[in-house]
Design a binder for this molecule. Structure first.
Ligand code: 4AD
Length: 456
């Protein structure tokens, strides 16, 4: 269907006084004595295009005045009184009618209400802005890595190994469990892959394989976690950006993470000014300044042991008690980033017991070269580490965790054949979107959220 994007109507000055055809959904419609007005949106921009209908013109417009109906409009682009562009309609075709029970009648609905209709909420200003910012951020991430000689690799989504070792894998199977099997082993051997398989929680282990050949790689795809966490920042299916860098130590990983976050935010501020103004007005007052501030200062770096000291000295009554060795909870992460440093903070060198087997063991024998990036308002958005490159040390860590080394044979061979210092991180894409937009529930920054007890 030949037509012009509404974004193009607003941005191309040569369009004025020309005949154009636009398509879209009716966002508002009102009548005055001689003229009818329709605001049309086609999803290419947050701004609605005003269609002006002269009631004397003979255009049949009544059926086009229903909220939610889809139209094709041909008319002349003229300057509007507000200094923008509007269309003086010459013909209107209703492509799809929309009855009055259309649920998006009000100007503003709550996000909770909109969550009940994932198929329609994309037609609200909020989701229009979120989805476009998300798209621009995805491109910025690819651009960032491509510009720096990283190779984009696609790691498998079905895997036999639980990378994080936290037992949060969804099982992939073609047969239901039956009492006819004498053991789990027998059951799995009968299954599609001949052994237990699941959806990947992280592409890191295969990412390491690729980095040991290509030097610098990144993945950008979905990860799956069967975590029973019904929180505003956990999804069962989230998008995961995972660079893996050969010939790199922990400070190199930290430097790359900071530089990537800053580049992505810079791009959003430059490419999505009206979306960001919208978030500033409706979600988090001052967000544009906060992001400008963030990217113009160095992120803080704080050792885990120091973070524990700061939390203990805070005098706060945290819900989860603080002791050296404990994992940091969201309340701790937010205290550190929002109240102590008041900016983004990398927390480094966590106790080995609370981190994964693959992290480089520090000389103190107690901690590993891990890093989490904490940001105000959200908490952790990145988790990463330098990897343990020594065969004996990594196998010892796996044995301590009672892991089945046979399942990791290929991965371990990387430590046998030309092992190098290397590291990387995982960025939760939706968590970064939450931070950039000020939208406080992760369910509202993805088209279809998957969370415990909810799928549609
Ligand atoms: O800290 P995590 O578990 O680290 C890994 O998976 C490493 N293998 C990454 C690596 O080094 N390549 O997860 C990384 C990030 C978290 O910081 C968080 O932002 C996000 O992934 N994340 C989630 N986001 C949404 N919902 C969930 N359930 C998430 N779990 C992790």
């Amino acid at each position: 269907m030949k037509h012009t994007d509404i974004k193009e109507v607003f941005s191309n000055p040569d369009i004025l006084e020309n005949t154009v055809t636009v398509c879209g959904w009716v966002r508002t419609a009102r009548n005055s004595k001689n003229v009818a007005f329709i605001e049309l949106n086609d999803g290419t921009t947050l701004e609605h295009l005003q269609i002006v209908i002269d009631k004397e013109s003979g255009i049949a417009y009544e059926d086009a005045m229903h909220l939610g109906c889809s139209l094709k409009v041909t008319g002349t682009a003229v300057p509007s009184r507000q200094g923008s562009v509007e269309i003086n309609a010459e013909s209107i075709t209703v492509l799809g009618a929309c009855p009055l029970e259309y649920p998006l009648q009000k100007k503003r609905h709550t996000l909770e209400f909109l969550r009940t209709m994932p198929h329609l909420r994309g037609r609200t200003n909020t989701f229009n802005a979120v989805l476009r910012v998300r798209s621009v951020m995805a491109e910025a991430i690819h651009q960032y890595f491509q510009d720096r000689n990283y190779v984009y690799v696609n790691t498998p989504l079905i895997t036999g190994s639980d990378c994080e070792g936290a037992g949060e894998m969804f099982q992939v199977t073609t047969i239901g469990y039956s009492n006819d099997y004498k053991s789990e082993e027998e059951y799995y051997s009968d299954d599609f892959f001949g052994r237990r398989a699941g959806l990947s929680v992280s592409g890191q282990l295969e990412g390491e394989v690729a980095a040991m050949a290509m030097g610098k790689i990144y993945t950008f795809g979905p990860s799956f976690r069967a975590e029973n966490s019904n929180t505003p920042k956990h999804l069962a299916e989230f998008w995961h950006v995972e660079p893996e860098i050969a010939f790199a130590e922990l400070p190199d990983v930290i430097e790359e993470a900071e530089s990537m976050i800053k580049a992505v935010i810079r791009t959003v501020l430059d490419k999505c000014p009206s979306e960001m103004k919208f978030f500033d007005a409706h979600f988090e007052n001052g967000i544009i300044n906060r992001l400008e501030e963030l990217i113009s200062h160095e992120f803080a770096v704080c050792d885990y042991t120091e973070a524990i000291k700061l939390l203990k000295e805070s005098g706060r009554d945290f819900q989860y008690p603080v002791e050296w060795g404990c994992d940091l909870q969201t309340e701790h992460e937010r205290y550190i980033s929002e109240e102590v440093f008041k900016k983004a903070v990398f927390v480094t060198n966590y106790p080995k017991e609370i981190k994964s087997f693959y992290m480089k063991q520090n000389e103190d024998g107690k901690t590993v070269a891990a890093v989490d990036l904490l940001v105000p308002g959200v908490g952790e958005i990145i988790g990463g580490s330098e990897r343990e490159a020594d065969y004996d040390k990594i196998t010892a860590a796996m044995k301590e965790r009672n892991m089945n080394l046979d399942l990791y044979k290929d991965y371990l061979e990387l430590r046998k054949y030309g092992s190098v210092p290397h590291g990387g991180f995982g960025l939760g894409f939706e968590r970064l979107i939450m931070y950039v937009t000020g939208v406080s529930n992760i369910r509202d920054v993805i088209l279809y959220p998957r969370t415990v007890g909810s799928i549609r």
